[in-house]
Design a protein around this ligand. Structure first.
Ligand code: BEZ
Length: 191
């Protein structure tokens, strides 16, 4: 699948007659809210884990030295915590462009913290996209993040902001926190 997913996403959902939709954020959408929303609620989705397995050459890295950003990977029994936003369909024009590097909109069932549920959408970079990097040791992911800088800033800033946001949400994402701790102990000479 091509890395640029703008056109693919435009054809995926018919928003005709739809006033608002829940959008689930598990990465930068938790802390970089550059879109209007009608309502915001902490939520989770079942059967997915957050992983720094997607390459970023347009935001947190470059084509020559891609950074690493999060996507979701299916895992039975797992729960991924994040933030849900009720948005108007127009918001997806902006987000499809912002998250064009391999992310497709998928339908998911959201569970809010009070146990109530709703259908929603989530952006996921699947393994068949050109920018997908896949698994690596925590320390190697941290080294790659320590080196990478892109138009949106240092990749390390992305990691640290996400880790802080997850702590505020009360999520213990062991994958994110392990990479954060490797990154904190990496000296300039180690990268
Ligand atoms: C998110 O925070 O949900 C998100 C992360 C990466 C790309 C698109 C969305």
């Amino acid at each position: 699948m091509a890395a640029n997913t703008i056109e693919l996403n435009r054809r995926r959902h018919n928003f005709e007659g739809v006033e608002s939709i829940w959008l689930f954020g598990y990465g930068s959408l938790i802390y970089k809210v550059d879109f209007p929303f009608l309502e915001q609620r902490p939520a989770s989705i079942d059967g997915w884990v957050r992983r720094f397995w997607q390459g970023s050459h347009d935001h947190r890295g470059t084509p020559e030295a891609p950074g690493r950003v999060v996507t979701l990977i299916r895992k039975s029994g797992a729960v991924c915590k994040g933030m849900a936003y009720r948005v108007s369909p127009a918001v997806f024009e902006h987000l499809d462009h912002r998250e064009k590097n391999g992310y497709l909109r998928l339908s998911v069932r959201l569970t809010f913290d009070d146990g109530s549920q709703s259908d929603g959408l989530v952006y996921i970079a699947t393994e068949d996209n050109e920018a997908f990097l896949g698994a690596a040791a925590d320390v190697d992911i941290a080294r790659q993040i320590a080196r990478a800088v892109g138009p949106s800033g240092p990749n390390s800033e992305y990691l640290f902001r996400l880790a802080d946001s997850l702590r505020r949400l009360g999520d213990h994402c062991s994958h994110t926190f392990a990479i954060e701790s490797c990154l904190q102990s990496i000296g300039k000479n180690d990268i």
